[in-house]
Ligand binder design. Structure first.
Ligand SMILES: [Zn+2]
Length: 552
């Protein structure tokens, strides 16, 4: 049991102790030639020190507390009792703009029933201008007493005079009301777009649920995502991630114009996290032309392209070899075909553009591995691992396919929190057999893969405490685990730290300067009020982050 009051008072004492020397955007380095952080400092997976010495943006030494002895008092930041410093944590898969937009639109996270959803949109609609579209995000029907997804009819009951568009937490489905269907021109005769599905009732009438590529059908009803809104979204998103304790983000499905905005933000000193960008497939030629690489301070990088092979498990869009256990006849969506994929991957390889592909289902993962093999298969061991290709999610993989990741040097970029959200429905959807290779972090480690951890925010909250808890406990936040949820796939503290530090740095080709606190590495540090590996997930708070020697 966590004593909230106690946590808060410890936190404020800690903040007061540190704010005497530190405030956001500054560093003791501004006035001190070198400064030190002392206390419980984990410098790398399985390694610790009592002090880190920092000069400018880099670490100059790590060692015992005596490192700080020669420094004037104002150049020493002593961590409060119980606080733990980790090498700067990287969220290995998030959508920065989406995180910001989540903060800027109706946030439906934590909605516990269709009834509550109705109450929330009714009161939100009351606050909007007449006719304005009500746009929300973050609902998920897992555990709802109604036992189903919401429909247009549910929404119509409370709001029918304006369009309502509510995106599911996973971003792969949305429910809209009848007004939105009407305004978007979706009728009985509207065909399913490629890679998407308009859900229909027995009579063929749209129910209001739009899956994957059917979602853009209502694009015209949404607030225009112009440059100003993007800029604000990226700023809000980056600040949110920093406040949660991250120092770096692998930013997925990015539009090229966002990289330009991020670079401007960074130059203006307004970017509190490092951002490693993986752009949308349509940007491949542009990336080839303009080249990959980072700003001089490694704050903003263009790494590569993120492709998609399938959808998500929650909306039954994940591509499976066999039918969904709870919906015979359905095997998910294939969003990319072999010829296009291999051609694009080959082109990326020849132009040194890193490739990553979203793959959730066992067939989705199999296909991507196979297509990667078409490009990498003839190369020797060193060469085929050199481009460090990745698969995002690697969520349900046939056990036989798991060793292929290490063989080709492919990073499985996995989201611990997905496993603790999905544990409520995945067994029914997949059946026991397929759970053997589902969210199999432990097995990937055993096979020598470079497992990276991420949150997929805004699909999940994007909180490192939750990711660490999920990875090491493999239990829902309330302690639920359920039968057959393979507790042996949980990882050790060392492995969890690696997922968010050293392995994440390796995946973006920065293992020589990021991911650990050592001489010559960037001074990137995530500080928590307690030990996130020892406490319940919410008993510890993110106290501060340091990026490139500056407090953020
Ligand atoms: Zn994602």
């Amino acid at each position: 049991m966590v004593d909230q009051a106690m946590t808060y008072s410890l936190l404020s004492v800690a903040m007061a102790a540190m704010s005497s020397v530190l405030s956001a955007g500054s560093a003791p380095g501004d006035t001190c030639e070198s400064w030190a952080m002392t206390g419980d400092i984990r410098t790398a997976p399985g390694e610790a020190a009592e002090a880190v010495l920092i000069s400018g943006e880099r670490v100059t030494a790590v060692g015992d507390a005596s490192l700080a002895d020669a420094l004037p008092a104002e150049c020493v930041v002593a961590l409060p009792e119980g606080a733990v410093a980790l090498p700067g944590l990287h969220d290995g898969h998030a959508h920065l703009l989406g995180v910001g937009l989540r903060e800027m639109t109706l946030n439906l996270e934590g909605t516990t029933s269709i009834a509550e959803l109705q109450t929330r949109i009714k009161s939100a609609a009351a606050e909007l201008d007449k006719c304005e579209t009500l746009y929300g995000r973050g609902w998920i029907e897992t555990g709802w007493p109604e036992g189903r997804m919401p429909t247009a009819a549910d929404l119509d009951k409370v709001v029918k005079d304006r369009p309502v568009i509510l995106v599911r937490a996973d971003g792969h489905a949305m429910v809209v009301n009848t007004m939105a269907l009407k305004r978007a021109g979706i009728t009985k005769d509207t065909a399913d777009p490629e890679g998407g599905r308009v859900e229909r009732d027995e009579k063929g009438k749209a129910t209001g649920l739009l899956i994957d590529m059917a979602m853009p059908l209502v694009d015209d009803l949404l607030p225009k995502l112009d440059e100003d809104r993007r800029r604000e979204g990226l700023k809000v998103g980056a600040e949110k991630m920093a406040s949660l304790g991250w120092t770096g983000v692998h930013n997925m499905s990015v539009n090229p114009e966002d990289v330009v905005i991020l670079k401007e933000m960074s130059a203006a000193g307004e970017l509190p996290v490092r951002v490693f960008n993986y752009l949308v497939p349509g940007a491949l030629d542009q990336v080839i032309e303009q080249g990959t690489g980072c700003t001089d301070d490694d704050m903003v990088c263009t790494n590569g392209i993120k492709f998609y092979v399938d959808g998500a498990l929650g909306s039954r869009g994940a591509l499976l070899f066999h039918d969904y256990a709870d919906q015979p006849g359905k095997r998910g969506l294939q969003l990319m075909q072999k010829e296009d994929a291999v051609e694009a991957f080959q082109k990326a390889y020849e132009n040194k553009v890193q490739v990553t592909t979203h793959a959730i289902g066992d067939k989705g993962n199999f296909l991507v591995l196979d297509w990667y093999k078409r490009v990498l298969g003839e190369l020797d061991a060193t060469e085929r691992k050199a481009p460090r290709w990745r698969i995002e999610h690697a969520q349900i993989v046939r056990p036989n396919d798991i060793p292929r990741f290490a063989f080709y040097g492919i990073t499985p970029s996995m989201q611990p929190s997905h496993a603790i959200g999905d544990l409520f429905f995945a067994p029914a959807r997949l059946g026991e057999q397929r759970l053997l290779g589902a969210y199999a972090w432990g097995r990937f480690f055993e096979n020598g893969a470079n497992v990276v951890g991420g949150s997929d925010a805004p699909v999940e909250k994007g909180d490192p405490r939750i990711e660490i808890f999920a990875a090491t406990k493999r239990k829902a936040l309330d302690g639920t685990q359920g039968e057959n949820w393979h507790p042996e796939e949980a990882v050790t503290e060392e492995q969890a730290i690696a997922m968010f530090t050293t392995n994440a740095a390796y995946a973006v080709f920065k293992e020589d300067r990021l991911g650990r606190l050592a001489e010559g590495f960037y001074a990137d540090i995530s500080v928590f009020s307690g030990d996130p590996f020892e406490t319940d997930w919410n008993a510890t708070n993110a106290l501060m982050t340091v990026v490139g020697g500056k407090v953020r």
